[in-house]
Design a protein around this ligand. Structure first.
Ligand code: FAD
Length: 205
């Protein structure tokens, strides 16, 4: 690849070694070629040397025209805050979720709860799930979402009350609940005949 580990062409500071840091052809550190651990070590050395770690790395990459050393995330981030620590993938800072990411993750949890629900639920199991849904609809972190969800469940006709006697019923109900949100957001509705394929059994070939 032409990349090599740097000890001589040191972009951080005179005399500092950069073990494991792979250089681009132009002699600058190649972030996409270097493990996050080595990158961090380099950043720490830069920091200890009196140069801000981010600035050190920016200085080593910003003037590069031929390399792929673009640093889309602050190099000084600890690995616990990055989504990848492999040598060849760009690391991205993990940020707090937005409404969509929160929603996707939550629907995964909710539909998975239906997928693992008993085929015939005991009275106690139904009570537990009812209680979970009651608390969930109060505590869901997007408060406007939670409010609308509660209103939907509490429809005066009673038609949206959770149906919890069996997995089949609960799965169907959750699909309808999700479709109510889909409709509100102008999204395509999901065909609830396929909720089990999507969330439990997988699709038939
Ligand atoms: P999502 O809607 O998150 O769906 C994820 C996956 O589930 C889809 O890719 C599809 O495979 C599958 N799926 C889709 N529909 C169904 C269904 N009916 N049954 C089974 N599986 C299905 N966002 C807002 O902006 N405003 C709100 O008021 C709001 N309220 C929400 C209320 C709740 C209780 C939850 C959990 C989320 C809410 N969200 C809200 C988030 C919103 O529903 C989406 O999660 C978000 O917009 C991301 O959408 P998405 O297109 O990635 O797919």
């Amino acid at each position: 690849t032409g990349a090599s580990s740097s000890t001589s062409s040191n972009p951080v500071g005179e005399g500092q070694k950069l073990p494991g840091v792979v250089l681009d052809k132009d002699g600058k550190p190649c972030r996409l070629c270097t493990s996050a651990a080595s990158w961090r070590t380099m950043a720490k050395k830069a920091s200890a040397g009196g140069m801000a770690a981010g600035a050190a790395v920016a200085a080593t990459s910003s003037s590069s025209s031929a390399s792929s050393t673009s640093t889309s995330s602050p190099s000084s981030l600890p690995s616990s805050l990055t989504s990848s620590t492999t040598a060849t993938t760009t690391t991205k800072p993990e940020c707090p979720p937005d409404v969509e990411e929160l929603g996707r993750s939550t629907w995964t949890l909710l539909h998975s709860l239906t997928a693992t629900y008993p085929t015939r639920a005991s009275a106690e199991q139904q009570t537990e799930m009812r209680s979970f849904l009651g608390l969930f609809s109060k505590l869901y972190p997007c408060w406007v979402c939670a409010e609308d969800f509660r209103s939907w469940i509490a429809d005066p006709s009673g038609k949206n009350q959770p149906r919890l006697s069996s997995r089949a019923e609960f799965g169907q109900w959750m699909c309808e609940a999700h479709n109510a949100v889909n409709r509100k957001l102008g999204k395509k509705e999901f065909d609830c005949n396929f909720w089990e394929e999507r969330w439990r059994t997988g699709w038939k070939d």
